[in-house]
Design a protein around this ligand. Structure first.
Ligand SMILES: Cc1cc2nc3c(=O)[nH]c(=O)nc-3n(C[C@H](O)[C@H](O)[C@H](O)COP(=O)(O)O)c2cc1C
Ligand SMILES: [Fe+2]
Ligand SMILES: [Fe+2]
Length: 395
């Protein structure tokens, strides 16, 4: 099926509705797409490839557009195998094809695939005339790997952005955002960004600033719909995520073996809702994949974490979430915590030390119960906590 985005720029990507875990880690309830694009001009240029197992569909889509014409160049914006693993097959089909990348790409082409011939290095800001159109290459390191770059069609205002502005979720036959269900893609973009790119807020912000003077009519990322109608919203969402700026809202996440810590969580939930805070979500970490908790931590500005004491440590599911939050170097959060123990409490101490390490703003009181906490007025403490949160959450 031919899918022209604009003026001889075609979508030749594929949907993956089979893989259950992206990077063998992150759930894919709506699938994922591996996007590649073909620019038909005097010189035909392919932008990226697709995951290896899908290359039959990929090549048949290309042939539908250019028949037995050759592809002159493939631009490798990103070397992660979900986009580069069809390169050897591509070279087999088009033996004269030139591979365009930057100095870091070239090292990886050799390291991953043994490719050293027919490679063309481009520098930041370099242009390539392909007939009617001219391409400019913009190096954007660490969005999401060191070699990542973006390619821009001057005049048409088309930005091939690699993983930036990407999202989980397979695309429809119509790949344009006007046809997409944005209630799904907005959340899936939060999940994609927080799970995959989350650590690299600085480089993402830098890349967006670097490209801010370009007129952008279309953003063609490597995952998800092609952005046209929603370009301003998508850029704004990415900037917010890159700056770790959550909307007003509270995420309550907890672990609990026998229900006592869960009871505290429910009290806090009710109090926070009662206080009139806009968005309140609660996750039992034994029930939900951390992927969704990370999404909500990026979406909202306040996190309340609760844990039982477990062998003088945090409950493993809570400890695991803390590792994931640290790994993404998340900034700008308001934080509160609660916990339980039966003989020597450690959970609340550990959570406090964790939040101090993250340099988050800690909101009191910390609610700690021993055994069933019968001597603690959890309801009153939750009310006090909710009021204190309310005072900072909408700032
Ligand atoms: C495997 C296991 C290890 C525990 N380790 C500790 C501990 O090191 N120190 C402590 O004070 N309580 C410990 N406890 C007790 C729990 O922290 C306490 O019962 C708590 O109330 C459980 O909360 P929950 O009902 O939300 O699961 C442990 C309990 C279990 C089941
Ligand atoms: Fe990637
Ligand atoms: Fe990717």
């Amino acid at each position: 099926m031919k899918r022209e985005i604009t003026n001889n720029v075609y979508y030749v990507g594929v949907n993956d509705n089979t893989t259950t875990l992206f990077e063998r880690l992150w759930p894919l309830p709506y699938g994922v797409s591996y996007n590649a694009y073909l620019i038909k001009d005097k010189i035909n240029v392919l932008i990226d490839t697709v995951e290896y197992s899908y290359n039959d569909i990929f090549f048949s889509q290309i042939e539908e557009i250019i028949g037995n014409e050759k592809i002159d160049y493939v631009v490798v914006n990103h070397m992660e195998p979900d986009h580069s693993s069809s390169l050897l097959k591509l070279i087999e089909k088009y033996p004269d094809i030139q591979i365009i990348g930057n100095i870091k790409t070239l090292g990886m082409l050799s390291g991953f695939y043994g490719i050293t011939k027919n490679v063309k290095e481009v520098k930041d800001g370099e242009t390539l005339n392909i007939g009617e159109k001219t391409l400019t290459f913009h190096l954007t390191p660490m969005v999401h790997w060191p070699e990542t770059m973006m390619t821009y069609i001057n005049g048409d205002g088309v930005l091939f952005s690699g993983d930036a502005f990407g999202t989980f979720g397979a695309v429809g036959e119509d790949v344009m955002d006007e046809a997409a269900d944005m209630t799904i893609f907005t959340d899936e973009m939060y999940r994609y960004y927080s799970n995959i790119v989350g650590k690299y807020g600085g480089p993402v912000e830098k890349a967006i600033e670097k490209l801010s003077s370009l007129p952008i009519n279309y953003i063609c990322s490597t995952h998800g719909p092609v952005w046209k109608k929603y370009v301003p919203q998508i850029v704004e969402q990415y900037l917010k995520m890159a700056r770790y700026q959550g909307d007003e809202g509270v995420v309550i996440a907890y672990g609990s073996m026998y229900g006592h810590t869960a009871d505290v969580a429910k009290n806090i939930y009710d109090a926070v809702v009662e206080a009139g805070i806009k968005n309140v979500v609660m996750h039992d970490l034994s029930e939900v994949d951390a992927s969704y908790v990370l999404r909500d931590v990026f979406k909202y500005n306040t996190l309340i974490l609760g844990s039982p004491t477990y062998n003088a440590e945090l409950f493993p599911k809570v400890a695991d979430l803390c590792v994931k939050l640290e790994g993404r170097m998340i900034k700008n959060k308001n934080f509160a915590c609660f916990g339980s123990f039966s003989w020597a409490g450690a959970a609340v101490k550990r959570l406090t030390a964790f939040a101090e390490g993250m340099k988050w703003q800690i909101i009191e009181p910390k609610i700690e119960i021993k055994q069933a906490g019968l001597d603690v007025d959890v309801k009153a403490l939750s009310k006090q906590l909710a009021e204190n949160i309310k005072a900072v959450v909408s700032c």
